[in-house]
Write a protein that binds this ligand. Structure first.
Ligand SMILES: Nc1ncnc2c1ncn2[C@@H]1O[C@H](COP(=O)(O)OP(=O)(O)OP(=O)(O)O)[C@@H](O)[C@H]1O
Ligand SMILES: [Mg+2]
Length: 500
């Protein structure tokens, strides 16, 4: 054992024979131990009450308090200190008896030096091992306490959450839930644990989502959001996988976590807002249409000729009224889209024909702006749609292409059939859209703030409508743009299934 290790070790030598104490002390001090002495049990107790002791060497026969009695006392007060009995041949039986009562070992007087030191080294080792094991035990207890505190804290958080929480295991059984979940799902009694998800959730699409997550075919950090209806309530469910160790692969999907939020009130407010918008737009439109008609009558000279600047003013008025009517129509369309009433009548629509019509309609404006407006259509299958919706999509994309292009630019519409789909591309050579703005341009009322386009008027509803319509027909819309060079919007719509 290294000297620096033994230096700190304190040995208490309890013997009434001064000579034995003296010789032992010399031996032990030479080995680097710190030695304290006592001439009987009582004196040893005094030392113990004042100093920290690692090992005790104990004689049996002593006046005042003998070794046996001392051992009995300190086994209760200092059970961790190893005690080595020093015994003569006459007291060997007593020494053995002491070992049964908790002494660590004994050495017989007169002792052999090597044996004496070996016994002490063994006792030190035992003491070190015991101390280490005690430390581990204390650490384990501390960790367990921390763990259970953390668990209690989590339980309280989960119980107090306003949102419903549901955790499932690999077998699609609910293994954890909170009171809010029961409240949101309208369940009055507590659930047995575990319980199959399908017995608790009656929304098949959500059960399907959880199955898909559980199958491990979805990215692990993905969140799945969907709305479910429970009675008159609307709940937003956000679900994600949880991972756990697995025999074959290191981590695998071990279940799912779903948080349910009650969004009924938001939905009602949203509905009130939509209804209000719808009502206001309707009320505004009728008088505006009359004003528009009266002005047209004036413009055509049916109420007498217009003099000088009058003609110009009335034309400008008509243009402004048309812009206002456009806005009102957009607002009404948004309200219809949100209420799911945008698609009114479906028929086989010839997209090529609509493109031709819309381009023809835009030609005068293109000429005014000196824009080269062209189109090309391959052989297209019809699509099943409300033609008004398709016109609206093209009208918005073409207006944008011309609005956001400088005079002298180029705008093209190209349509072609791709498998069971129809692909329509509207391209321009205009100002383009910065990459970071692209995800936002489909939001309602969003307009890119750019000094070059500041003068262009608009409400930011056009693209949200286009996207809404395209998605209502199970299609998709994408955009590619290079600022300063131009933009291409691509729409893909499913073609009508042809028989045979
Ligand atoms: N072809 C395009 N080139 C460049 N920017 C475009 C193009 N199309 C759309 N944008 C940008 O996207 C924004 C949103 O377009 P959106 O059609 O929704 O609204 P708007 O044209 O501003 O208004 P409106 O509701 O009258 O159509 C526009 O404000 C514009 O900044
Ligand atoms: Mg627009």
């Amino acid at each position: 054992m290294a000297k620096s290790m033994t230096q700190a070790i304190r040995i208490l030598l309890v013997d009434d024979e001064a000579m034995i104490r003296e010789s032992s002390r010399r031996l032990l001090s030479a080995r680097g131990f710190q030695v304290l002495e006592a001439e009987n049990g009582q004196a040893a107790l005094d030392v113990l009450s004042k100093s920290l002791i690692d090992i005790i060497l104990l004689d049996l026969k002593m006046p005042v308090m003998g070794g046996e009695e001392f051992l009995r006392v300190i086994r209760a007060s200092h059970p961790d200190i190893p005690v080595i009995i020093i015994t003569g041949h006459g007291t060997l039986d007593t020494a053995v008896e002491c070992m049964k009562k908790g002494a660590y070992d004994f050495i017989t007087k007169p002792f052999e030096i090597d044996h004496f030191l070996l016994t002490i080294d063994k006792a030190i080792e035992k003491r070190n091992l015991e101390q280490k094991s005690k430390q581990y035990q204390e650490e384990t207890v501390r960790n367990l306490i921390e763990l259970s505190t953390e668990k209690k804290r989590l339980e309280t958080i989960i119980t107090c959450m306003a949102n419903g929480l549901m955790v499932t295991n690999r077998n699609m059984e609910i293994v954890l839930h909170n009171p809010a979940l029961l409240r949101h799902l309208g369940i009055s009694e507590d659930l047995s644990n575990p319980i199959p998800v399908s017995q608790v959730l009656h929304d098949e699409t959500l059960v399907e989502t959880l199955k898909r997550i559980q199958s491990g075919q979805v990215p692990e950090k993905e969140f799945f959001s969907q709305e479910i209806h429970v009675g008159s309530k609307i709940l937003r469910a956000i679900s994600t996988p949880t991972l756990g160790p697995d025999r074959n692969v290191f981590w695998a999907v071990a279940g799912t976590v779903t948080v349910l939020e009650d969004v009924t009130a938001f939905k009602q407010l949203d509905q009130i807002k939509s209804d209000f918008l719808n009502m206001v737009a309707h009320e505004l439109r009728s008088p505006l249409v009359s004003v528009r008609q009266l002005n047209s009558v004036l413009l055509e000279g049916l109420a007498g000729p217009l003099l000088g600047k009058q003609q110009d003013f009335v034309r400008k008025t008509v243009n402004k009224i048309d812009a206002l009517l456009g806005l009102i129509n957009d607002l009404l369309d948004v309200a219809r889209l949100e209420a799911g009433r945008l698609v009114r009548q479906q028929a086989a629509v010839d997209v090529g024909k609509i493109i031709e019509e819309m381009v023809t309609l835009m030609e005068p404006r293109a000429k005014e702006q000196n824009i080269d407006l062209t189109y090309s259509c391959g052989d297209l299958k019809p699509i099943l749609a409300d033609p008004k919706n398709i016109e609206e999509v093209l009208n918005n994309l073409l207006s944008n292409a011309m609005n956001y292009s400088p005079d002298g630019g180029k705008v093209t519409v190209a349509a072609q059939g791709v498998d069971q789909f129809i692909e329509i591309k509207v391209s321009d050579t205009g100002v383009g859209i910065p990459a970071e703005e692209i995800p936002k341009i489909f939001e309602k009322f969003y307009r890119v703030k750019h000094p070059k386009t500041r003068h262009i008027t608009g409400t930011g509803l056009g693209l949200s409508l286009v996207k809404g319509i395209v998605e209502a027909y199970h299609g998709s819309i994408g955009v590619e743009s290079v600022p300063g060079k131009g933009t291409t919007f691509t729409i893909i719509l499913p073609a009508m299934k042809t028989e045979g």
